[in-house]
Write a protein that binds this ligand. Structure first.
Ligand code: DAH
Length: 364
């Protein structure tokens, strides 16, 4: 029938029209992709890129506008066009994201270039604490004596009169107590004025023979450039059978040479302490002029560094040691005094002020 072929012709013509408009859409989408690529490579700022993104991918953007045409298409054509449109969307999203990353990188590069970052500069070394000079020298002295076989003993800083004075042969009201201006605290105790009470505690508490040093803080009512109300001492005590002053001199000579260098001379001068008999002051040959005489040693060639002597038989007896069988020597040395000599420090207060400019000089 005539109309059959007419209808078939019309349908074929319609399909052709349809196919043409779909092809038109595709090429429009292709055109969008190309245009987006061109314009994306032309933007210079993130702001421009944001505007461009909106222009293409926004709700009312160019891709969306193309898609609006889908509604009027034949249902069977819609999926093809939709799939292509989504593909283009994904391509553009990736494109804009990559361009954004580029721009961010450029911004960072410009920023770094402005900062003139020099990667060849050495890093900053973190400041690291150092041992306090008093602590360091005390550890050094302990090392010297422990290598000679001495143990380290300790006693309380809040001490009883008995250990600080009485057992050391200072009778009550004896003028010798004035040698040490004592700080008295509550509870009938005092702040020990020296480390000598550790001698008494050790003799009373330990088996003989004894070979100890006793380092620690001591206190006196005293304050000037060479005296501090708190300072450190190291006590030495050696009790055995047949111990003499010659052993004392030998040990102290070795000590002085380890601390101040080979060949450092030592001399003993007569002195007085209530707890030693005989008592001596011990000098070392001046470490600055080596005995020639200079300002530091008052032209004598010698520097006084400690007090010592043979432990008084009265003290031995009070501490339960038979002086007919045992003998021994003792000494007491000021740690600050040694540190001041060794490092050439004139004012003792520098040790306690925590001034980094002073302390950092003792970096080893
Ligand atoms: N304890 C004394 C003082 O601080 C120093 C001293 C001298 C200690 C003679 C001793 C010694 O052990 O035998 O002044």
């Amino acid at each position: 029938m005539w109309w059959t072929s007419y209808v078939q012709d019309r349908m074929a013509a319609n399909e052709q029209v349809n196919e043409m408009s779909i092809q038109g859409l595709f090429s429009e989408l292709d055109g969008l992709e190309q245009e987006a690529k061109d314009r994306a490579s032309g933007v210079d700022t993130e702001g421009e890129l944001t505007a461009l993104t909106k222009d293409f991918l926004g709700k009312k953007g160019r891709v969306q506008q193309v898609l609006r045409g889908i509604g009027s298409m034949e249902p069977e054509d819609r999926p093809r066009v939709g799939a292509r449109a989504n593909e283009i969307k994904a391509i553009l999203e990736a494109l804009f994201a990559a361009r954004l990353a580029d721009l961010e990188q450029q911004t960072e590069d410009r920023d770094l270039a402005k900062r003139k970052l020099d990667l060849t500069l050495p890093g900053r070394v973190p400041t690291c604490g150092v041992a306090h000079p008093i602590h360091a020298i005390r550890v050094e002295m302990e090392g010297i004596f422990s290598r000679m076989g001495f143990d380290v003993a300790r006693g309380p800083q809040a001490e009883e009169d008995f250990f600080n004075f009485e057992a050391l042969n200072f009778p009550p009201d004896h003028p010798a107590r004035d040698m040490q201006d004592t700080l008295v605290i509550e509870g009938g105790r005092l702040l020990r004025t020296h480390t000598s009470p550790v001698q008494v505690r050790t003799m009373l508490g330990y088996e003989l023979p004894i070979r100890i040093i006793a380092p620690g803080a001591v206190y006196r009512r005293d304050d000037d450039i060479t005296h501090s109300p708190m300072f450190y001492q190291i006590e030495g005590l050696h009790i055995d059978k047949g111990v003499t002053l010659a052993h004392l001199k030998g040990v102290l000579t070795h000590f002085a040479q380890e601390l101040f260098g080979d060949g450092t001379g030592v001399r003993l001068r007569p002195s007085f302490f209530p707890f030693t008999e005989p008592s001596v002051e011990v000098d070392i040959a001046c470490i600055f002029c080596h005995g020639d005489g200079c300002r530091v040693c008052s032209r004598t060639g010698w520097l006084e560094i400690l007090g010592a002597g043979m432990v008084d038989p009265n003290v031995l007896r009070d501490c339960g040691v038979d002086p007919e069988v045992w003998s021994g020597w003792a000494f007491g040395v000021g740690v600050e005094r040694v540190a001041m000599l060794k490092y050439g420090i004139k004012d003792i207060r520098l040790f306690y002020e925590s001034d980094q400019r002073f302390l950092s000089q003792f970096q080893r």
